[in-house]
Design a protein around this ligand. Structure first.
Ligand code: ASP
Length: 330
């Protein structure tokens, strides 16, 4: 039978509440990955699924150590078993997009890696986790998913790791890929995904992840931002900074003067935006301050890219080269 690896990390999909009608008051990360599988007899006969529990946490509490463990498991499993069809990861929805993007940048294998979560705990009326997990397995086993990189399957939609983001606090249709839409969808008829075009760039395929990760902060733009906080971050020695700029990634005069006045080592810096969709373009004036444009990456994904660049020891030119290679891949 086809082999599949299921990596469980917790989240609402593994959450439990006292009552079936409780959709918000519940504890995430309670049920084990084995329990999630046992609750899905429909998967029996589909594949020989090995479950590994990486963590059992609310994804707001996910740690770099969990990321290191996930990456290590996936790389080892693909290297050790040429017959392994793919990997499915159960994950809390809050930071699922960051993990998906991290894996997209690090895992160099055409076999599918699919993340699934749930917006309702496992105990809820109309819990969405079981169908999301079932469909995640369906996608991971499908030839159509090969070569697409890391995928997110939620509410019957199949999203690519670069664009997918959580866009709503409630409701099962909480994920979208702004600007591009989902790559495809999955239902009882099958997996509807066009064939992946060509080979995919995996910029950090060889990168070993450290025990101690760098500090990369996100600074949020708004009316009269407190530039003292920005200076404090620089003084604290952050190795990377992502600006959630207003509009098309714009910084205020106060932020710019704080950057101009800074005499110390400049961290790797990216400008993203707080609009939720649309690109941030580069401009020479910002580049003189050391600020590169994040393109279509949202702030949290821009941070993941900067984190890996710092780990890899990249300078600004190397970060810029990686950014150019990302666009316009979905
Ligand atoms: N707090 C949960 C988490 O991210 C939310 C969810 O999974 O939907 O783990």
């Amino acid at each position: 039978m086809t082999r599949l690896l299921l990596l469980a990390t917790g989240g609402t999909i593994a959450g439990r509440a006292a009552e079936a009608t409780q959709l918000n008051a519940y504890t995430a990360g309670v049920m084990a990955g084995d329990d999630l599988l046992a609750a899905l007899p429909q998967l029996q006969g589909f594949a020989d699924i090995t479950v590994v529990q990486i963590a059992n946490v609310d994804s707001a509490d996910l740690l770099f150590d969990h990321w290191r463990a996930l990456v290590g498991r996936i790389r080892d499993a693909f290297a050790a078993d040429p017959e392994l069809a793919g990997v499915v990861i159960t994950h809390g929805t809050n930071t699922l997009e960051e993990t998906a993007w991290l894996l997209q940048l690090l895992i160099d294998d055409p076999r599918p890696v699919v993340l699934v979560g749930a917006m309702r705990p496992a105990t809820a009326l109309s819990a969405d986790g079981p169908l999301n997990l079932f469909q995640g397995v369906q996608v991971a086993l499908s030839p159509e998913a090969h070569g697409h990189g890391v995928l997110v399957v939620m509410d019957g939609q199949i999203h690519g790791a670069q664009r997918v983001t959580k866009v709503a606090t409630q409701g099962v249709g909480a994920f979208a890929s702004p600007g591009s839409g989902p790559l495809g969808w999955v239902d009882d008829v099958g997996v509807h995904l066009s064939t992946a075009s060509g080979s995919r760039q995996v910029p950090f395929a060889e990168l070993a992840l450290p025990e101690q990760w760098p500090q990369v902060a996100i600074f949020y733009g708004c009316v009269e931002p407190d530039a003292r906080v920005l200076t404090a971050l620089l003084e604290a020695g952050v190795e990377g900074l992502v600006f959630t700029g207003t509009g098309a990634g714009q910084l205020s005069a106060a932020e710019r003067s704080a950057l101009q006045a800074w005499q110390g080592k400049r961290p790797l810096m990216l400008r993203a935006n707080r609009c939720g969709s649309g690109p941030v373009h580069g401009c020479p004036e910002d580049e003189r301050l050391g600020l590169l444009a994040a393109g279509h990456l949202n702030p949290q994904k821009a941070r993941v890219l900067v984190l890996l660049c710092v780990v890899a020891g990249f300078d600004r030119a190397a970060l810029s080269a990686r950014l150019l290679k990302l666009e316009p891949v979905n």
